[in-house]
Design a protein around this ligand. Structure first.
Ligand code: MLT
Length: 242
């Protein structure tokens, strides 16, 4: 598991969680909804995805599967935010499973408010948290198979930095619970003017470069504040635009 067992807010658990997978699941989720997808339904494993997709009207169904950075054979989509064009996704429910991002979502699906963030919507997510009065927020970087990832920490710092700037009213403020969050903020300070270089330098960035031309994906995933849409979990595993 990438996160500890989730306790309820009454037991000291979080009242909100923000899942991040900059390269590329949460960027693709945000752009899918922006381009008119009805919802994203996220799955940790492909068998469960296939079963759920089979039960949905075929004309309104897309299956998106990614493993190791590549599209799963036979699936309609892989995990590129460039592939989820309005022509492709409008009105469709996307049943999605990726190596890490959708597994993180599964791990925190019982948190009362669950959002996903990427660099394009980082200020929109921060605004939602601050305006909604969330008090204890987990920012969950998906990483790679249990390991740390640079780009997810960068985006965690980006969200936290925006939340700090927005929480300016008296008696409101943002405090950072641990050293990982402070390190993420330092990373954001270091790279905020050149996010694409950071994404390319990261180990998963290198993996994508090794798999072929991903220039457009890097540009899309590293763009900051180009979206105001926030994906929100409306029922377990289902994300919609809000
Ligand atoms: C993941 O979930 O690990 C990713 O989004 C991988 C990718 O498609 O780049």
């Amino acid at each position: 598991e990438c996160v500890p067992a989730v306790r309820s807010p009454e037991e000291g658990g979080p009242d909100a969680a923000v899942v991040i997978d900059v390269l590329r699941a949460t960027t693709t989720i945000a752009w899918s909804l922006q381009n008119g997808a009805e919802a994203i339904e996220a799955f940790a494993d492909l068998a469960a995805l296939d079963a759920a997709a089979a039960a949905w009207p075929a004309a309104r169904t897309l299956r998106a599967g990614e493993r190791g950075g590549e599209r799963v054979e036979g699936y309609d989509l892989g995990n590129s935010p460039l592939a989820v064009t309005p022509e492709r996704v409008k009105g469709k429910r996307i049943f999605m499973s990726t190596t890490n991002g959708t597994r993180s979502l599964q791990a925190v699906r019982t948190v009362p408010l669950l959002l996903t963030a990427c660099l394009p919507n980082r200020t929109a997510v921060a605004r939602r948290l601050v305006q909604g009065g969330a008090e204890r927020v987990w920012i969950v970087g998906s990483g790679w198979e249990g390991d740390y990832s640079l780009e997810d920490s960068l985006a965690a710092g980006a969200v936290a930095s925006a939340a700090t700037e927005l929480a300016v009213a008296p008696h409101r403020g943002v405090s950072f619970g641990n050293d990982e969050m402070l390190a993420a903020l330092a990373l954001w300070q270091q790279w905020h003017t050149d996010t694409e270089t950071c994404l390319r330098a990261a180990s998963h960035g290198q993996r994508l470069i090794g798999l072929g031309d991903h220039d457009s994906d890097f540009r899309c995933c590293s763009a900051v504040d180009t979206l105001t849409l926030v994906p929100v979990q409306t029922e377990p595993g289902v994300l919609k635009a809000a």
